[in-house]
Design a protein around this ligand. Sequence first.
Ligand code: FAD
Ligand code: PYC
Length: 416
Amino acid sequence: MQRYSGFGLVKHALSHHENWQRQWRNPTPKKEYDVIIVGGGGHGLATAYYLAKEHGITNVAVIEKGWLGGGNTARNTTIVRSNYLWDEAAALYEHSMKLWEGLSQDLNYNVMFSQRGVLNLGHTLQDMRDIQRRVNANRLNGIDSQVLDAKGVQELVPIMDCSKGARYPVMGASWQPRAGVARHDAVAWGFARGADARGVDILQQTEVTGFKILDGRIVGVHTNRGDIGAKTVGCVAAGNSGVLAKMAGFNLPLESHPLQALVSEPLKPILDTVVMSNHVHGYISQSDKGDLVIGAGIDGYLGYGQRGSYSTVEHTLQAIVEMFPIFSRVRMNRQWGGIVDTCPDACPILSATPVKGLFFNCGWGTGGFKATPGSGHVFAASLAKGEMHPIAAPFSIDRFHTGALVDEHGAAGVAH
Ligand code: FAD
Ligand code: PYC
């Protein structure tokens, strides 16, 4: 892998971006792989990276119908935190948080992980009771988490309206100092480059159109570039997971919804933490470029279009302006949507399936970016061993039969 010196960076900055090396190859698909990963988002690429790095399994292809990160990975608002209520979810997201903390070094690629802290606001007595309960649970699990009162919130974010006159006055918040943001496309590129360097084939513009199943066992996939054999297949296709499960002959309890985000014109640095409010339904941070990065809830209807409705944008911006009147005249630059795969208990599915050798990693809904390294890490271990890693095991599809749901609706940053 190439490392650039300071001189190298200056040279490339002045070179009109000519003669840059490719970060990964563009190989011709082999006839067969040991493992195929369907989906070249962050989770799929991380899975391939850890398969190669930690398990020495390098005869691997990542099959992506579009371009790397073109799904939810490079459409999300990059919030990373691990303050989930239940032990099972806390273990999964905190495992991820620990990997985030060393990720740029591990990948030798700057994913711009910035631990600027995340506030989850409370606006009612019940919000504050829920916050207290979740913070207690976090602390019992060794996760940094604090309850702040309104004064504490105002000290952290002086530009927010914390007055009693607000429609839903801020009563306090949970505060996770180690939480923050990361650069989403760099995460996809860093994992892709690391996987490719270890021999993984990354096949873009290649769509999986069906599965080859023999005597109840996976033996390969059909694609628009021909059939490819595989001993193990991991589907990591977010909003398209339900469609893939159907192709394999079973159903998953998922709904695919649009989720939107928008960014403003760039401003001078003014907001140095992440503020989320489920109650007034909006969240905001400021990117390193200066744009305000804003989002809210899912659009209520089901759909596979990577765009959302105007009414959701309007509602979101009302909430933001209510919390931050100072932003009322800021202009919005861009708006887009992704397709999020929501599960009934607001937790992911990391699971074997009725087809031997076929595994699914999906159902991350509105909150899977933060889990990217952790999800890839435990999913790779599960594919390598043929059985689910202990951190992944509680997220099996069996829970929808046994009733052992892990209800994280309260901790989901965005209601769904
Ligand atoms: P994706 O990145 O969607 O990758 C799946 C890939 O599979 C896609 O590239 C797709 O093209 C490919 N694929 C699908 N079908 C096929 C096929 N048949 N053949 C080949 N390839 C296929 N999470 C957070 O933690 N924090 C946030 O702040 C946050 N904000 C969000 C804001 C928005 C607007 C959105 C949309 C999501 C947000 N999320 C957030 C959720 C997060 O983005 C996702 O949970 C996460 O990125 C999922 O990653 P993934 O790799 O599983 O999926
Ligand atoms: O899960 O923290 C989250 C989140 C924030 C914005 C979208 N999801």
